[in-house]
Design a protein around this ligand. Sequence first.
Ligand code: HEM
Length: 453
Amino acid sequence: MTNHAYMRERTNRDLSMIPGAYGLPLIGHTFTFINDNVSWVLNNHRRYGPVFKQSLGFQNIVATVGPDLVRQITLDQDKVFSSQAGWEGMVGEFFQGSLIVQDFETHRMQRKLMQTAFKAESLHGYIEHMNDIVQFRLREWPKDEPMRFYPAVKTLLLDIAAKVFLGAQLKEQGPRINKAFIDFAAGATSIVKKNWPGFAYQKGLRGRQVLDQFIRQGIEEKRHGDGTDMLSHFCRERNEAGEYYSEQAITDHMLFLLFAAHDTTSSALTMAMHQLAGHQAWQAELRNSLREIDADTPTFDHLGSNIPELDYTFKETLRIYPPVPGVIRRTIRPCEIGGYEIPSHTMVSTSISGTHYMEEYWTEPRRFDPLRFSDARQEHKQRKFLWAPFGGGAHKCIGLHFADMLFKCLMFNLLKEHQVGYQSEAQAHGKILYVPFTRPRDDLPLIITKSKA
Ligand code: HEM
């Protein structure tokens, strides 16, 4: 990792020029923010405008909301925002060497390692494996009796990760690797970031070690093989000097990728099913459009944008419940944000979730209304970056087409012949947890039945 001079500077904590309040001593607004970050952001926006200060996880941060500021901070046309200095304190030891903690030229060179793995030809190949795994798991899921969707979808996505990302048949190693991954993800998102015995952080680092070794041991063989999994693509990729990327770089990138893909997509699928269970008329409409596709197994082309209702469902789910609610950066030089002069080395965040709920743009933003994305309405097109669940600029999510395809693959296979409902109607208003990733507190018990219509 490049050690830029600005990484050695202390963070500026003086935000006296910015309106707003820090909240309680030490913890600031951490708990309010965790409970309902959208309401918190919107209240501040109403009171102070699109730029205000916040104290979160012991950091003083210039918080921003609105499409123009999401655009300024993610596109970073003047190259004043460091993602490395922004994210490093939060993801620390878990994601060292990953793309999110790299800046500018180093980041550009490292991102090239992933280019083949995310090309359309590679995605075409992944869909076959996804279909096989999804169809296998769907046959196993109970019918006509309650099943908890969230843990079930997480297990399914772990199977997909093993096959599509690592090209591994885990067999007897499966439980050990799955446990290592679960500990790793829990550690990486733990609030108490202390390497103390018994704490999630420490277990997470141990899980990271297990995964690191597992990935590393396959690299040499994959360099000379013809595998079509992501890891094989990474192993065969060469840098601008024509050399293979180092084992360290490959494992660091793969570990972040596994994490970045897993919880975000599990959350999106779970929250989509939550909405579809509560909106049966839309679910039936979606099923009808899936039935117009004359195939039992969807291809890459089917899942593209050929099924508008499926696309609107994906977009509306990510609008209401963006799995990454905001991004964080640190300034490397003084700059202007929304009319305020921001000093060097100041933490700055921008709220994707708040922007997705701004009443100036969205009709009844709290309502699930997939047709707001239809050609006739196009609410999201009023402003660039009004809908930005995947961020933007140099760090824009590299897995967005993968996430789109995975989401649609599961929806197609599940909903074409099945109807999905809540176990109890009270679930429609049940508690939602937002941290570390959005899901219903009860893990979403659902009943899947063969659809008659
Ligand atoms: C619904 C699912 C997903 C959402 C909402 C999402 C969202 C995001 C966002 C907002 C960022 C930008 C963060 C920033 O600028 O600070 C990001 C970056 C990233 N995402 Fe995703 N993501 C999703 C799924 C995936 C998947 C499936 C993969 C991989 C297969 C992936 C891999 C990455 C990587 C590697 C980065 C870092 C890119 C860079 O720094 O250059 N994500 N994601």
